[in-house]
Design a protein around this ligand. Structure first.
Ligand code: THG
Length: 268
């Protein structure tokens, strides 16, 4: 499983403050810690949806700063194609873009950039008019449309990471089931496209959220999820990864699990 570190995100108050104050040391420390803990990508979000110019300035500062501290690619988390382009121009190596969705205008502005800069792209199974559909069938229809469009643009389908979008169990007790069905079906019918998700939405509004997030991660791995946006410095959740791969039948001779044990990665 590929790990996208979630901590450089201005929805977190302390991080928002660090970006506004241009506190380089704080952000570089978070970058180093997440990379050392096993992140493959670092999500970078400075979301100020009403001020794209400010967001572009933030990314022009953040991208070189973070890549100086951690030698891994970034996951550029922005709603604005101009912000994404600003970030990609400064990025070393092959970035991930977070995200497109079924909106044709989004697809047309972002996929050519992604192709030019050889990026991976997270594609949400939502649309501009309909938001997030209630059923897996509707979400898969959007994924199929995005896969067709990427073919039309000559964008490699194995570089698409579909995010079926987790909704809280507290609003509908079947939200995890719908999500897991969508992952399974995308892996089956749109292979070699990949799947990705954040974890924390699933437990929104319930107590002991981490218990739910951890079990959800194991179930998602069982359905073939390829990547997750999470906190890699959380040892408990990182310990769940080798267990999930083992239970999902992805770990011949239990080698990965035993190596994780010997390296102390199963300890909390
Ligand atoms: N899919 C995609 N992108 C995403 C998400 C997703 N980006 C945003 C989000 N979901 C994943 N990122 C985060 C970043 C930070 C936190 C959670 C998810 C986080 N949450 C603390 C909490 O929930 O308690 C906030 C407290 C804090 O640390 O300040 O940290 O699903 N494509």
């Amino acid at each position: 499983m590929e790990i996208i570190g979630e901590k450089i995100n201005t929805t977190r108050k302390r991080l928002e403050q660090a970006v506004r104050e241009r506190n380089a040391a704080f952000i570089q420390d978070l970058a180093r810690k997440q990379a050392a803990a096993g992140a493959d990508y670092l999500d970078v979000n400075s979301g100020m949806p009403l001020y794209a110019e400010q967001e572009a300035e933030d990314f022009a500062w953040l991208v070189p700063l973070i890549q100086d501290a951690a030698d891994i690619p970034l996951c550029i988390d922005s709603a604005h194609p101009l912000v994404i382009e600003t970030a990609l121009k400064l990025h070393k190596g092959n970035a991930m873009i977070n995200s497109i969705n079924g909106d044709p205008a989004k697809i047309e502005s972002v996929l050519p950039l992604a192709k030019e800069y050889r990026c991976k792209v997270i594609a949400l199974t939502s649309s501009r008019q309909g938001g997030i559909p209630a059923t897996s069938v509707e979400r898969i229809k959007i994924a199929e449309k995005i896969a067709e469009e990427s073919q039309r643009f000559g964008f490699p389908i194995e570089n698409l990471y579909f995010d079926p979008l987790v909704m809280p169990l507290s609003t509908d007790h079947r939200n995890a089931v719908v999500f897991l069905e969508t992952v399974r079906e995308i892996k089956k019918s749109l292979s070699p496209a990949r799947t990705v998700s954040g974890l924390s939405n699933i437990s929104y509004g319930l107590p002991k959220r981490k218990r739910i997030n951890h079990a959800f991660l194991a179930l998602a791995i069982g359905c073939g999820m390829d990547a997750a946006i999470l906190d890699p410095t959380d040892k408990e959740i990182m310990a769940m990864l080798p267990v999930g791969e083992l239970l999902a039948g992805n770990d011949p001779d239990c080698t990965g699990y035993l190596v994780a044990y010997r390296e102390g990665r199963l300890e909390a």
